[in-house]
Unconditional design. Structure first.
Length: 383
């Protein structure tokens, strides 16, 4: 072993040492992310929940348990389970039950989607029927046959995947408890972890603080805003379907809540076709009522609450939020509705920081940096 008191190697320059350490940090950070990838969803949601509920944890720690960090973190985590996870589990169980009942109704013939589709096609005007016929969509038996073939192939794939359902359930349980475990320590040690990150990031303190603040703001606004909007829109949609006596209102409400993660167009993808069916089949009062409810009530929630809960805090344009959300969901699944806007927000912040630095730095210094600022040779003054 080398002597720790031995003088440093004169050939090891500080710049080389810094680059070596930087590459080691990058390499082992990527390796660590690779190790965490199988549990990425659990870790990410632990981070998201810790950010959203950290103000509540601070309140519990200061006012309730008198700065006992472990007890405060446990009470906050228990509150998250009771307020968020348990109700979500109950709603999910109800949705699964209604989905099973709807499937049985279709299987036994009590609910006949083909008859509904045929009635809607027959009620279409002649020009619309000609367009459907041109694309081969007006021949309902052929359409249903193709749909049956697709469902048959899908059912085979689902049947083969049911063999590993026990392993999937086990993975879910393990991920759930890992999420709670990580969440506990993030709540307890969140302040010290944030301070360590601020010291370690090789940026000026104000730049690091701005990046972390924007990250926290976007996560908190996206999770809080999107979840609130989704719950309200799904509840209002399920209520409308229940009043109209449409089978499986909780199922359709859950689907509207899930699709409402897409700003501006989400819930309308569910109630819109139902309203069109009612209008085309002569149920004008129900159809117009559903359109009015969807536009004036469900749409108003999206147009009023979402900018207040999401857009105002993130300070991102609506089109950027939509594109980032859709792209994030397509890449990362359900987790992408948070990851996409976070990446977009940090993208904007990084460009803003770069712009600020270039505006603060004299043009001559930037030119010297860009051109390499060659040292004078043979005693010649620089040009």
């Amino acid at each position: 072993m080398s002597d720790p008191h031995e003088p440093p190697d004169p050939l090891l320059s500080p710049a080389l040492e810094h680059k070596t350490l930087l590459w080691l940090v990058v390499g082992f950070t990527l390796a660590f992310l690779w190790v965490l990838w199988p549990l990425a969803g659990a870790v990410l949601w632990a981070i998201f929940l810790a950010i959203v509920f950290f103000p509540m944890h601070q309140y519990v720690r200061r006012r309730v348990v008198r700065r006992r960090s472990n007890l405060a973190a446990f009470l906050t985590m228990l509150s998250i389970v009771l307020m968020v996870i348990l109700p979500l589990s109950l709603v999910s169980a109800s949705v699964v039950e209604q989905a099973s009942m709807l499937y049985q109704s279709i299987k036994t013939g009590q609910v006949q989607p083909a008859q509904w589709l045929q009635r809607m096609m027959d009620a279409l005007p002649a020009w619309a029927q000609s367009i459907l016929a041109r694309f081969g969509l007006f021949d309902l038996p052929a359409v249903l046959q193709r749909a049956g073939e697709l469902l048959s192939r899908s059912s085979q794939a689902i049947t083969s995947s049911l063999v590993g359902i026990g392993q999937v359930t086990l993975d879910f349980v393990v991920s759930f408890f890992i999420m709670l475990y990580v969440l506990f320590f993030l709540l307890r040690d969140g302040s010290s972890l944030t301070a360590s990150i601020e010291r370690a990031v090789p940026l000026r303190p104000e730049q690091t603080h701005k990046l972390l603040s924007q990250f926290v703001t976007v996560v908190r606004a996206t999770v809080k805003g999107n979840v609130v909007v989704a719950v309200i829109q799904g509840t209002l949609g399920a209520l409308a379907f229940w009043v109209l006596d449409i089978p499986g209102p909780a199922l359709w409400g859950a689907l509207m809540a899930l699709l409402s993660l897409l700003p501006a167009v989400g819930a309308a993808l569910v109630w819109g076709p139902v309203a069109l069916y009612q209008l085309f089949t002569g149920q004008l009062l129900q159809g117009l009522g559903l359109v009015a409810w969807g536009v004036l009530v469900i749409g108003l929630v999206d147009n009023v609450l979402r900018p207040v809960l999401v857009g105002r805090d993130t300070r991102m344009p609506d089109y950027l939020v939509l594109v980032a959300t859709v792209g994030g969901i397509s890449l990362f699944g359900l987790n992408g509705f948070v990851i996409g806007p976070v990446i977009a927000a940090l993208f904007l912040v990084c460009w803003k920081l770069l712009t600020d630095v270039r505006e603060e730095t004299p043009a001559s210094a930037l030119a010297a940096t860009d051109t390499g600022a060659a040292t004078p040779k043979d005693g010649q003054p620089p040009p």
